[in-house]
Structure formats: structure tokens, C-alpha cells
Design a protein around this ligand. Structure first.
Ligand SMILES: Cc1cc2nc3c(=O)[nH]c(=O)nc-3n(C[C@H](O)[C@H](O)[C@H](O)COP(=O)(O)O)c2cc1C
Length: 393
């Protein structure tokens, strides 16, 4: 497979985010929280190494993983934060490196909400007092609180403040994390948002928090950084949960609010194992959901999840199921896999084994960061690898 002759492959056509940013192709590295920060959310040297390597790997654009907008809302003790000018200053060299490469590098803004570790007061912020079962199991004393109006407004301000820090750092794109069971997606879901005030009710009313965040970010940044949304389109929980059919009005409202692109995602903490194990089913759900929602809007819509490589991405984009495609674990396994496949050097790619052990690293007490089973630059220590493999037997 090569891009040098004939009609360009669908994935190698440039992608525009409004008028402000353009990516050289339609393949991106999905937000990947590598857990390479210190206890205060400042990146350690390895953080820069990984993302610079990902930027050089052939994708057209990409996103830094979860940057927490709330210093108190944490997933573990090693995640990125964007809660002060000092955090922005620390990230500036990375965005400068992106600019030199003409690479639109974005940052994902995140509030962990129902999947956060409890705060010092033992609280977990949620729309209706429903926290992730895994968190409640690990912290039985924790209290899942239904956020007050004041707490919701504070959260909107936190996203706006983080976006301003992102702009000051030089980010070319912003991504709001509104998927995978974290705070914004828990507001969007009928299962976890049971509110009867103005923050709950119909799908559009459940999207009020997300729309207010978009508005707050656009105001804070003077509309100078394209805002994208990572939207959870199916949590895998059937009719009780989030489904693409509920989100038509929401994507229309996001487009009207000035969002430049939407990246779809599936799963929440309870169903991630299902999505990781059932690759074909997961891919089919993303394709169908993305295609359905694309029918409502003109802004680009894509997805990440279970796409095997560039050839499949070309097929998905070519048939109109998505405008762009993201990769997570495949990029971790081989940072240069897109460049290699675009050059027809598929045989040289180091392939992900698909066990999602890297995701397990995020919570395992024996892990000190996100590792990989196959990438020699950050291969998992043998003892931990064996421990994970043992648990599969
Ligand atoms: C180690 C690891 C870290 C991740 N971190 C994030 C993150 O910070 N934010 C996010 O939205 N998704 C995160 N994800 C999900 C990925 O962006 C992606 O959606 C998921 O891995 C499915 O895509 P894939 O099948 O190509 O790996 C992470 C996934 C893994 C495996």
C-alpha cells in the first residue's frame, strides 16, 4: 500500500477543523493517558518522549490524554492536570514541538466524575448520586453526591479555565471528554442522570452541561482554538444506557454551538472488558453509530476503537461510515505504525496483542505507569507481565 501514485486514499486527504487547524491526513492518535506525571499533575521527561514519538509516527493529528480540569478529581496519582498557569508552562515545549512539525496537537480536558477517586472529603461528584461500581467497591466509605447547581457551575468554569491554560500553552485543538462514563458523559446518559431540574430530562437537557462547557471554552479562548468533543455514543448497557439513537439532537446542538469535530467512543468502566474482548462487535457498533449521527451534521465525525490498521481505516472512511479514524493501543505498540503502513511496510509493524493490559496498568497497584507488552521503549516489567498473564488462565 503506498500513497505515491493514483487517487489519494480516503485517509490521506487533509482534514480541516473549522478554519483554524488542518491535519495532513485523517488518522489520529487517540487520547492516551500514559500516567507519566508527578503527584501534582506535571509531566515527567518520559511524557515528552512518548508524545514526540507519537507525533512523528505518521498520523495527521492527535490528543494528549486526560488533563484533569479539577485538581481534586483524580483517576490515579499519575495523571496530567491543567489547573494552573504553571501546568500550561510545563506543556509549552510540547506544543512548540508540534507547531514546528505542523502537527495539530490537541489536549483532552477531563473531569473524572463518577469514576474519580474519592476527594479528601470522601466525595465523588455525579449527576444523581450514582458512582462507578468499581470505585464504590474499592472505596466502600465513599459518598457519591448529586452535584448542586453551584458545583455544576464551578465545573463549567474549571473547563473554561483549563481551556485558557491550554491556549496559553499553545494547544491547537481542545477535546472535551464526554464519553466513557466520566462526568460529562454521565450527565448525557439516561442511566446515570436522573435529575429533574434543568440539568436532566430529555437528551438535549442532559447535554446542557456539555453545551455550557463548549460555550464557556469558546468564550475563555476568544474562539481561537477549535473545540472538539469525544462523545460516548454507546455504553454497551442496552436500552437503559446511552445509545446513538438518543444523540441526534445533541450532535445538531453541538454543531450549532461551534464544535469543530466529534470523535465517537464506546464503553464505560463496567463494559470496557466487553468492548476490548469483542472487537468485531465493538467495531460494528462504532461504525453504525458514527454513520447514523453523521447524517445529522456537516462537521467531521470519526471514531476510535478496534480499528486494525490503515487499510481498514481507508475502507471505513471510503464508505462514509466516518470522516476520520483514531488508534489507541496500536499506536502504543508501535508509535510509527501509521507511517510504516502508509509506506507499504506493514511487515515491519510491531503489533498490539490486544489484551488491554496497558489499560489495566492504570489501576494496578504494581504498575508505575502505562506500559506495553511489545513496545521495547516501555515494555512492562516481567514480573507484572507474568502476573497479568497468570490472571487470564
Ligand atoms: C492505556 C490507555 C490509556 C487511555 N487513556 C485515555 C484517555 O486519557 N482519554 C480517553 O478519552 N481515552 C483513553 N483511552 C482510550 C483510547 O483513546 C481508545 O479509545 C481505546 O483504546 C480504543 O481504541 P483502540 O481499540 O484503537 O485501542 C486509553 C486507552 C488505553 C489503552
Amino acid at each position: 500500500m503506498t500513497v505515491t501514485t493514483g487517487k489519494p486514499m480516503p485517509a490521506t486527504v487533509a482534514l480541516h477543523f473549522g478554519a483554524q487547524a488542518v491535519a495532513k491526513n485523517r488518522l489520529y492518535f487517540s487520547s492516551l493517558g500514559m500516567d507519566l506525571c508527578d503527584g501534582n499533575g506535571f509531566p515527567r521527561p518520559e511524557f515528552f518522549k512518548v508524545y514526540q514519538s507519537l507525533m512523528d509516527g505518521g498520523s495527521g493529528f492527535g490528543f494528549l490524554g486526560n488533563a484533569s480540569v479539577d485538581a481534586e478529581a483524580r483517576y490515579n496519582g499519575r495523571g496530567l492536570r491543567l489547573t494552573s498557569p504553571a501546568h500550561a508552562e510545563a506543556l509549552r515545549p510540547l506544543f512548540e514541538a508540534a507547531r514546528q512539525r505542523n502537527f495539530p496537537l490537541g489536549v483532552q480536558l477531563q473531569h473524572y466524575g463518577p469514576q474519580a477517586l474519592p476527594t479528601a472529603q470522601g466525595e465523588i461528584l455525579t449527576p444523581s448520586g450514582i458512582a462507578s461500581p468499581a470505585i464504590l467497591k474499592a472505596f466502600p466509605e465513599a459518598r457519591a453526591v448529586a452535584m448542586t447547581h453551584t458545583q455544576i457551575l464551578r465545573c463549567i468554569d474549571q473547563f473554561a479555565a483549563a481551556a485558557l491554560h491550554a491556549r496559553q500553552a499553545g494547544a491547537e485543538l481542545i477535546q472535551i471528554q464526554a464519553s466513557n462514563g466520566y462526568l460529562v458523559s454521565s450527565f448525557l446518559s439516561p442511566r446515570t442522570n436522573r435529575r429533574e431540574d434543568e440539568w436532566g430530562g430529555s437528551p438535549l437537557k442532559r447535554a446542557r452541561l456539555l453545551l455550557a462547557i463548549v460555550d464557556g471554552i469558546r468564550r475563555a479562548t476568544g474562539d481561537r482554538v477549535p473545540v472538539t468533543v469525544r462523545l460516548g455514543i454507546d455504553d454497551g448497557l442496552g436500552e437503559e444506557g446511552q445509545q446513538a439513537v438518543l444523540l441526534g439532537d445533541v450532535v445538531v446542538a453541538l454543531e450549532a454551538a461551534g464544535v469543530a469535530a466529534i470523535t465517537c467512543s464506546t464503553g464505560v468502566s463496567e463494559t470496557f472488558p466487553f468492548f476490548f474482548k469483542n472487537k468485531d462487535k465493538a467495531l460494528a457498533m462504532s461504525r453504525e453509530g458514527c454513520r447514523y449521527l453523521k447524517g445529522f451534521v456537516r462537521i467531521p465525525m470519526g471514531f476510535t476503537g478496534s480499528v486494525s490498521g490503515v487499510a481498514q481505516a481507508n475502507e471505513i472512511i471510503g464508505c462514509g461510515d466516518a470522516d476520520f479514524i483514531g488508534f489507541g493501543r496500536a499506536m502504543l505498540a508501535d508509535n510509527r505504525f501509521i507511517a510504516k503502513e502508509l509506506a507499504g511496510r506493514d511487515a515491519e509493524v510491531t503489533r498490539c496483542r490486544g489484551d488491554a493490559f496497558c489499560f489495566r496498568d492504570k489501576k494496578d497497584p504494581m504498575a508505575e505507569r502505562v506500559y506495553c507488552c511489545v513496545n521495547p521503549d516501555y515494555r512492562r516489567p516481567e514480573k507484572l507481565q507474568l502476573h497479568y498473564e497468570e490472571s487470564l488462565k
